[in-house]
Design a protein around this ligand. Structure first.
Ligand code: HEC
Ligand code: HEC
Ligand code: HEC
Ligand code: HEC
Length: 430
């Protein structure tokens, strides 16, 4: 959609159906973190109250945000070992690593103060500042719509934020942490938008922004459940998009295994964990299943938003898995149908849709979990993050201790026990 349309719709506070260009796309130059870091801009030592934003964002990013270390990670022993196994030379110079561990825009789009070693810097998320740098702080009133029109990325909008984070935390057709990269030692990636946005707050970390009255005067604010919902829909869509892309099936013996449930293959042969789940249709044992964690959460969401839509959704999800024993063309047909269901679900979802239905969504997750439908590790992980988000949102602190136990049950995927996870989820629902 054109920049003009974006400006108009953001003035109305609803940008949900609009897709902005991701920061690494487009033509704007990235001016470099040093450009943002002056003490009167975002480099103050302590938060300030004089302007709408904290102004110590640079210090917070440097100290508390793992993104500032993302480039340095490429010189670690672990990265050296990964690069050696892949035979790609130094990870600090390999495009495939830099594309996610730095703001790796082409040389022509790097300003004078740009440094690759800044890692995932301000403009890797907020967009190249070439056109908005000199105007984005204009007083008396910050004109957010004008900033967006000048290339500021809409990080405040859940759907747009999800696409941004997922471009590195899942990958895209252009940059993907393939099974080859995983098998060389890269950690498995998993993501949930609300939890990962909140991780900025945990472990002594501070987020680099605050959502206060001033923020609300400039931008729309959203509930955690809405951020979660847009996040799972965006991930499910992105995963289906990757299945449709030619990289999924390059003609080799195996499709891209990085899109599958890792634990479908990587688990002990001693205990037979496979169970017939409704969402697998009659696919049966012995198949690798596509990683459907985000689809499974979208299905739970559909159940509280629109029951008819949900039953069609579940059939299509079963089709996706059953077609895994046929051919790539059938998998893709199922993926396309699921994309239609996801679009329909997204159309039914507004910022207030879940407002009265959070307890119902929590009950749905716990009841479906108690039946054993989330025993595979990816669904378990997603179910845990969703349940945790809802318990916090609803404000039921009496469940905190049991939530911690549930989280502990997932802390080591090598020692994960599906039966234990299932019974812990069931206990939470009692
Ligand atoms: C340009 C790629 C990129 C983008 C965009 C990106 N990330 Fe990251 N993120 C990374 C990398 C790489 C790491 C690992 C950093 C390290 O440890 O070296 C990371 C780490 C994290 C971590 C720490 C995870 C942990 O296990 O502690 C969180 C939380 C996180 N990102 C959240 C987000 C959120 C939320 C967004 C979207 C607003 C986002 N990221 C966008 C690349 C990206
Ligand atoms: C699709 C994006 C993507 C690509 C490609 C990618 N990474 Fe990562 N990498 C990430 C993200 C995101 C994380 C953080 C995962 C988390 O904690 O949730 C990460 C984490 C890591 C970690 C663990 C960091 C820590 O603090 O424990 C290492 C090491 C690493 N990456 C090295 C590499 C190397 C070397 C390459 C190139 C061969 C590479 N990565 C390619 C996205 C990517
Ligand atoms: C991993 C992605 C990411 C990186 C890196 C990042 N930000 Fe942010 N930033 C966000 C998100 C997400 C928000 C909160 C949502 C929003 O935009 O309102 C935010 C919010 C802000 C805000 C508050 C906006 C407001 O309207 O109140 C400022 C200012 C800001 N960031 C500046 C910076 C600066 C300066 C840096 C670099 C030192 C930086 N950010 C690095 C993602 C990022
Ligand atoms: C369809 C089955 C299958 C799926 C799904 C799968 N893998 Fe693998 N994986 C393999 C095979 C086969 C090997 C090669 C084993 C060997 O080298 O002996 C392997 C190797 C590995 C290795 C190296 C093990 C070693 O000892 O060298 C790692 C790490 C790994 N995979 C991680 C993952 C991750 C992470 C995922 C999910 C994103 C995943 N795998 C999904 C089949 C699978």
């Amino acid at each position: 959609m054109s920049k003009m349309n974006r400006l108009v719709c953001c003035a109305l506070f609803f940008c949900a159906t609009v897709s902005a260009e991701l920061p690494d796309q487009g033509a704007d130059r990235h001016m470099g973190v040093a450009t943002c870091a002056a003490s009167q801009c975002h480099g103050s030592a302590a938060p300030r109250d004089s302007s709408g934003v904290m102004q110590n964002e640079y210090v917070t990013w440097t100290r508390d945000d793992p993104h500032s270390k993302a480039y340095a990670t490429l010189s670690s022993d672990a990265s050296r070992a990964i690069a050696a196994r892949l035979g790609i030379g130094s990870a600090t110079a390999a495009k495939i690593c830099l594309d996610c561990h730095a703001d790796n825009v082409p040389a022509a789009r790097r300003g004078e103060k740009f440094q690759l070693s800044d890692g995932v810097g301000c403009e890797a998320c907020h967009g190249g500042a070439e056109r908005w740098l000199s105007t984005h702080y204009n007083t008396p009133a910050v004109d957010h719509a004008a900033n967006l029109a000048a290339g500021l990325y809409p990080t405040g909008e859940p759907e747009e934020r999800a696409r941004l984070c997922l471009s590195c935390h899942l990958g895209t057709a252009d940059k993907f942490a393939t099974h080859r990269i995983m098998a060389a030692g890269h950690p498995r990636l998993s993501f949930e938008l609300d939890t990962f946005t909140e991780l900025w707050r945990t472990a002594g970390r501070q987020p680099h922004y605050r959502v206060d009255a001033d923020y609300a005067s400039r931008k729309a604010t959203y509930s955690h459940s809405y951020v979660w919902a847009e996040g799972v829909i965006a991930e499910a869509r992105a995963r289906m998009g990757l299945v449709l892309h030619r990289n999924f099936d390059s003609g080799a013996m195996f499709p891209e295994l990085g899109l599958y449930d890792c634990h479908a293959c990587h688990r002990s042969m001693k205990s037979v964990q496979w169970r017939a789940l409704p969402r697998h249709g009659n696919a049966g044992p012995g198949l690798p299943y596509l990683n459907d964690g985000a689809l499974v959460m979208s299905l739970a969401l559909a159940r509280v938003v629109d029951a008819t839509l949900a039953s069609g959704f579940q059939e299509r999800l079963a089709e996706l898995h059953v077609s895994g024993s046929r051919d790539v063309a059938s998998i893709r047909t199922a993926a396309r149908r699921l994309l239609e269901s996801l679009d329909a679900l997204d159309r039914k979802l507004g910022p207030a849709t879940l407002a009265q239905r959070e307890p119902q969504l929590l009950r749905e997750l716990l009841a479906t979990g108690a039946k054993g439908n989330y025993i595979d590790y990816v669904s378990a992980e997603q179910a845990f993050m969703a349940v945790q988000m809802l318990v916090f949102e609803i404000g039921d602190t009496s469940l905190n201790a049991r939530l911690d136990t549930l989280g502990d049950a997932l802390s080591d995927d090598e020692r994960y026990s599906p039966a234990r996870f299932r019974s812990l989820l069931a206990q939470l629902g009692e």
